[in-house]
Design a protein around this ligand. Sequence first.
Ligand SMILES: *Cc1c(COP(=O)(O)O)cnc(C)c1O
Length: 418
Amino acid sequence: MSEPAEKAAKAAKAAKAEKAQKLDASDELAGKRAEFVLDDVVYLDGNSLGALPAAVPGQVEDVVRRQWGELRIRSWTEGGWWTAPERIGDRIAPLVGAAAGQIVVGDSTSVNVFKALVGAVRLARLTDRGGPGRERDEIVVDATTFPTDGYLAASAARMTGCTLRPVAPSDVPGALGERTAAVLLNHVDYRTGRLHDLPSLTAAVHAAGALVVWDLCHSAGALPVGLDEHGVDLAVGCTYKYLNGGPGSPAFLYVRAGLQDRFDSPLPGWNSHAEPFGMRADYAPAEGAVRGRVGTPDILSMLALEAALGVWDGVSVDAVRAKSLALTDFFLECVGEYVPEGRVECVTPRAHAERGSQIALRCPDAGEVMRRLIERGVVGDFRQPDVLRFGFTPLYVGFAEVERAARVLAETLAETPA
Ligand SMILES: *Cc1c(COP(=O)(O)O)cnc(C)c1O
């Protein structure tokens, strides 16, 4: 670099650093960071595994030592273990725009995708049998979906005698018809960070007489979802990403109140029985969200999640969304300033209405670049084949960190010319 160019670059960095400082100073969520266990690593992988809320270790210790160790079986009743799946569901509900009584926590996202999708096909066939003489027999799935959703949709289709139609989300409205039974969509694409239009896609599915299942893995805890407001039928979501519940923490299942009495889970277990301790040979489903349960809840990880959800006290999802957009905007701005034109391609939409809480940059040597970034204390992740993924969790990521991440990225890219 020539001397004047070097001077200009230095000035640009100083200006960005100053801007970061101002943004941090006026950040109403800045105080939340102290509620997490973090260090000086810039952690931009909260969309894969959220950071540890500081209250969790003590709570887990109590669950193990006192509730399990001393109270033992009494904790199921006296300690509130038995009702934890719905209690924690109600705690998640306001974060995704749902009234109480519609969300149950338990099992993995994968298992809940299966329950929701088979349940949706069964519901669709109950309410409207499709064209004359034929049952609704198609499941539409996002063709770019996270693999597990695609595998489960294929299996759900085989089980219910449906044909699976993988369709790009933007083509979904045109693919719907009187044969469509259910549609499985992602609110935010895990690879590109694209936010799909939940209200209009939900309305399109309903206009075709079908049911929609939304996968909220990359939106729950990151942006407003409005499940009740938009009349979503069923939804599933992950709790170890933006909800910081811990590795493998149980997922959630939402079944709209108006559908609950007809929801026919493909995995009925004794925990979803109307009278679980009746030990009856015949299955009779419980009323309400409980119907989405299967077997004994995974109490240790479920109560770790409950403790983790404490960080949401007094936090509005709108404030989280506003900060998320400011963080991703600022990251794009710094990348634009620091990274030479053409070295990376941003695959996340620039429009706020189409952006989740991550930025995905494509470059041919993404795997190697991410390995080096992590060595330098900037943790994002690599997604095949060529995507650098950076997740921004507004509860604990600050603007100075964003500037540092972009600066280290530019340095790393300069060293490894593609
Ligand atoms: C993270 C994620 C999952 C994870 O499913 P698990 O059963 O928890 O492994 C599923 N679907 C999507 C879209 C995801 O982003």
